[in-house]
Design a protein around this ligand. Structure first.
Ligand SMILES: [Zn+2]
Length: 137
């Protein structure tokens, strides 16, 4: 076997990677995810280990990249439907982590250790159009 795998994308969340995996497989591309189990166990390590890696056979890389470019520009829900801004209705929505500074990481760890921090406070959606930030359902 001379086939090799290449990493064509990285995702912070395995759910996101699973959606893309399903999309690529629908086009007959074999997809392999790396580190998704680790990240499901502890989402906080996702950034540390570089996220969930989405791999395909090198012969499929070009086709897979073309498909990737046509999808996944903006956040989608679990059914793959675009998330829509509650303020302006735009679907140009990005997911981002609220843990973007040392200070927020500190408070996150406090909440994490005490068990009082719900998932929804760690990640939010942000509308590119009107800059509205809103929580993940
Ligand atoms: Zn908006």
């Amino acid at each position: 076997m001379s086939e090799t795998f290449v990493t064509i994308a990285r995702y912070q969340y395995s759910s996101e990677a699973q959606i893309v995996k399903g999309r690529l497989e629908a086009d007959g591309i074999d997809v392999f995810l790396r580190d998704n189990i680790t990240i499901d166990t502890d989402p906080l390590v996702s950034n540390a280990i570089g996220g969930v890696k989405l791999k395909v056979l090198s012969k499929d890389a070009e086709k897979a990249n073309a498909i990737l470019n046509s999808i996944q520009k903006y956040a989608t829900d679990d059914e793959g439907k675009a998330i829509v801004c509650p303020n302006c209705g735009s679907n140009h929505i990005e997911m981002y982590s609220t843990i973007n500074s040392f200070k927020s990481l500190f408070f996150f760890l406090i909440g994490f250790i005490s068990g009082t921090l719900p998932f929804s406070t760690r990640y939010q959606y942000k509308c590119e159009n009107c800059k509205t930030e809103f929580p993940i359902k």
